[in-house]
Design a protein around this ligand. Structure first.
Ligand SMILES: [Ca+2]
Ligand SMILES: [Ca+2]
Ligand SMILES: [Ca+2]
Ligand SMILES: [Ca+2]
Length: 405
């Protein structure tokens, strides 16, 4: 007795579980139709799927209602059922579709048909695609009805995407930036960017920046993509050549205090090495020393044979540096700097050689420009050889008493 009762209990539990499983599975079935978009007068496909068909489906009969002023059904195809037949009524706005699967039927996610839809309305019009189930039955002799939900959808008409508009570019020595505005037509989900015909990006922002070699020529090609229509626009193209950018002249003077060097040697040293060209090299350095002489080179030395005494003080010579870059047509940049030149032996630049200059020399004696060199050291270094020593003292001694007053 005890044993028999146990068997009955197991059988009952098993039955309950089976019923529960059947109810759960059956309640999950859904007949859905996919959203579809088309251009005016265009066509598009909306798949009709029986989702989670458990137990196996044997027969199905549904009707899909739509607005016949917006969309017409032209066909239904690609069914997984052994038999499928659409009855289309584009006057009333519905299509009734029957399907039959022989043998064990179909289970899981089953495609009833791809519905072929044609846009007959205007851009931006929308029609509901509403599903009504007339019949959904199990594939066995019982022909039990399978409970199912429906998932409706819509058909929309969109103008095709147009290429981006107002394409503009700006360039620097090593880059090109492009900006644009959205094209008309349907919204582009992204803009495909090609440079010289090679895909580089799908942009969701209305700009693209790229680095580029100097003076390069690049052609950008843009086209919009609308994912609802699964369609690209035509291309818009623009070719840009990065123009030559001018060099920058920078002139430096090695010594702030210089003296006439034609009799007692004193070289004025001028340095243009800080000059640069953002997209090339400096191919030429031209100097004008302000005393009607000139020179060339990145680093130059010049001996002045005179000074500019204006009656009360020295006026500096105005030295100009012109640098030229390396791409034809050449571009130049010019800068000027003042150069102080005093008579030989005049350390403090007051127009006479006397005890004041000797004092400066004494205070700076033995200074070298690799050490604690300062402006006064430069004054005392009368021959610009970067040390204050007997050679500078000789210059003061031999020019003692000289004056411009
Ligand atoms: Ca240049
Ligand atoms: Ca002096
Ligand atoms: Ca000096
Ligand atoms: Ca010296």
């Amino acid at each position: 007795m005890k044993r028999k009762s146990g068997t009955a209990a197991v059988a009952m539990v098993t039955t309950i579980l089976m019923v529960l499983a059947t109810v759960q599975a059956a309640s999950a079935a859904t007949i859905s139709i996919g959203a579809a978009f088309a251009e005016p007068n265009g066509t598009s496909i909306a798949p009709i799927i029986i989702e989670d068909a458990i137990p196996s489906v044997g027969t199905v009969d549904i009707t899909i209602f739509y607005n016949p002023a917006v969309v017409h059904v032209t066909d239904a195809a690609n069914s997984k059922f052994d038999f499928m037949h659409p009855v289309i009524n584009n006057s009333a706005g519905f299509v009734r579709i029957g399907g039959m699967a022989y043998g064990d039927g179909l289970s899981g996610d089953v495609k009833l048909a791809d519905l072929v839809l044609e846009a007959v309305g205007g851009a931006d019009e929308i029609s509901l695609l509403g599903v009504t189930i007339n019949e959904l039955k199990v594939a066995d002799a019982t022909e039990t009805t399978i409970p199912a939900d429906v998932a409706n959808s819509t058909f929309g008409i969109l103008n095709p995407p147009e290429p981006p508009a107002s394409l503009l570019s700006t360039t620097g020595p090593h880059w090109i930036n492009w900006i644009w505005t959205a094209g008309s037509g349907s919204t582009s989900d992204f803009v495909e960017v090609r440079i010289n015909g090679v895909w580089v990006a799908n942009c969701t922002t209305p700009y693209y920046n790229c680095t580029s070699p100097p003076h390069a020529t690049r052609t950008i090609s843009l086209r919009g993509y609308n994912s609802s229509l699964k369609r690209y626009s035509a291309y818009v193209n623009q070719t840009v050549t990065i123009s030559d950018h001018p060099p920058v002249a920078i002139a430096r003077l090695m010594h702030r205090h210089n003296n006439i060097g034609s009799v007692y040697d004193c070289k004025v040293i001028l340095d243009a090495s800080e000059s640069s060209d953002p997209d090339g090299i400096i191919a030429g350095y031209q100097w004008s020393f302000g005393d009607e002489t000139s020179g060339c080179g990145e680093l130059v030395e010049h001996l002045y044979t005179s000074c500019n005494w204006n009656g009360t003080c020295y006026d500096p010579f105005i030295v100009s540096l012109t640098v030229t870059d390396d791409i034809n047509p050449l571009i130049s940049d010019t800068i000027t700097i003042p150069v102080n030149v005093y008579i030989a032996g005049d350390a403090n630049g007051d127009g006479m050689v006397d005890v004041l200059d000797a004092t400066i020399l004494g205070l700076e004696w033995d200074s070298v420009c690799t050490g604690n060199w300062n402006d006064r050291s430069d004054q005392a270094d009368l021959n610009n050889d970067c040390c204050v020593d007997i050679l500078d003292a000789v210059i003061i001694g031999t020019n003692w008493g000289n004056t411009l007053y």
